[in-house]
Design a protein around this ligand. Structure first.
Ligand code: NAD
Ligand code: IPM
Ligand code: MN
Length: 351
């Protein structure tokens, strides 16, 4: 059997609490399925930045490259500006490893109270496919004349035919493997040059995926539909910023941002892909041992699936469903009083 080399980057805040939890679950599942995983742990974080002046060492990317996958907690902490922590670690990994797909599955599990009465357990099950390397998150622009009355901030959105085409093809293919329905998030009714281009490419790619039924919604109306009819979605594709906003909204609909997982995929497998919860470092609850580990545990399941172990992955999501359905051992974000460790232990029992 092949050994998979996993890079662990716990990062900051609750990242250092939820990554060890996921590791414990991985240990149990990999043993059971005879999967060999070896780990390298990296202390790359805001703490390292304050100590050494950089989030990661100069050869950080080369060291990551020697791995088959990356499991990351979260980066960002008060005292270090977000543009330093994120552009010093998370964003370079997504970009230099061409992780242009950000996959974010959403499920309303049995036993988890959604804040919405429109979100019935078992009926909400969809995936957001977020474009992950271009769009509104571009490096083109900047700030000038700081502190003067002429001060200006400029941000260009970059949409390329190649970049939009590949994310759309990924989303159409995924829809074909799932329920056969794709929704595209757009805003072509606004004064935005990029979105009519996006829409044209959706219509063009649809011709190549005749088995998929598709529609498009303006992002504002789509946000409302997420709330009013969350059960009607199968695959939702959106640009970098639209996908970002929709994924926190969807996570909240599913009961807590603490559950939501993500996979930053390099579909060509030229580079390692990265798996991380949707949430951040949650400084407001860090250090208290009450962070929900399920977003990271589910991300670890996505990692196993990506590494070619779908049965081990579904064992993990089944254990998550079992623990949530029982409802006895859940963290405060879900309305319970369990600690991170207790929830992790309950998962291991369910396995
Ligand atoms: P956040 O996701 O860290 O927190 C938002 C809210 O959700 C907080 O109230 C938090 O307590 C709660 N929450 C988040 N995860 C939880 C969990 N697992 N269990 C229980 N409750 C949870 O978002 P934010 O406050 O906007 O950002 C905090 C920091 O994290 C910032 O520095 C931000 O840039 C960074 N961030 C990093 C990533 C990443 O590394 N991928 C993602 C998002 C935010
Ligand atoms: C996410 C996060 C990041 C993003 C931030 C921290 C840069 O919100 O992974 O959703 O916007 O991509
Ligand atoms: Mn986000």
């Amino acid at each position: 059997t092949k050994t998979h080399r996993i890079a662990l980057i716990p990062g900051d805040g609750i990242g250092t609490e939820v990554v060890p939890a996921a590791r414990k679950v991985l240990d149990v599942v990999s043993e059971r399925h005879g999967i060999e995983l070896t780990y390298t742990e990296f202390d790359w974080s805001c703490e390292r930045y304050l100590r050494e002046g950089a989030m990661m060492p100069d050869d950080g990317m080369e060291r990551l490259r020697e791995h088959d996958a990356i499991l990351l907690g979260a980066v960002g902490y008060p005292g270090v500006p977000d543009h330093v922590s994120l552009w010093g670690l998370l964003i370079p990994i997504r970009r230099s490893f061409r992780q242009y797909v950000n996959l974010r599955p959403i499920r309303v599990f049995e036993g988890v109270p959604s804040p919405l009465r429109t979100a019935a357990a078992g009926e909400v099950d969809f995936v957001i496919v977020r474009e992950n390397v271009e769009g509104e998150y571009s490096q083109v622009g900047g700030r000038l004349y700081q502190g003067f009355p002429e001060e200006v901030a400029i941000q260009e959105a970059i949409f390329t035919r190649a970049g939009v085409t590949r994310i759309l093809d990924y989303a159409f293919d995924l829809a074909a493997r799932r329920g056969g329905r794709l929704t595209s998030a757009t805003k072509s009714n606004g004064i935005v040059h990029t979105m009519p281009f996006w829409d044209e490419l959706v219509a063009e790619r649809a011709i190549h995926h005749p088995g998929v039924t598709w529609d498009q919604e303006h992002i504002d109306a789509l946000a409302a539909k997420f709330v009013l009819q969350p059960g009607r979605f199968d695959v939702v594709v959106g640009s970098n910023l639209f996908g970002d906003i929709l994924s926190d909204l969807a996570a909240a609909i599913a009961g807590s941002i603490g559950i939501a997982p993500s996979a930053n995929l390099n579909p060509e497998r030229e580079f390692p892909s990265m798996f991380e919860p949707v949430h951040g470092s949650a400084p407001d609850i860090a250090g208290r041992g009450i962070a929900n580990p399920l977003g990271t545990v589910w991300s670890a399941a996505l990692m196993l699936d990506h590494l070619g172990h779908p049965r081990a992955a579904s064992d993990i999501t089944d254990a998550i469903a079992t623990v949530l359905a029982k409802g006895a051992t859940i963290t405060p974000d879900l309305g319970g009083s369990a600690t991170t460790d207790e929830l992790t232990e309950a998962l291991i029992q369910a396995l």
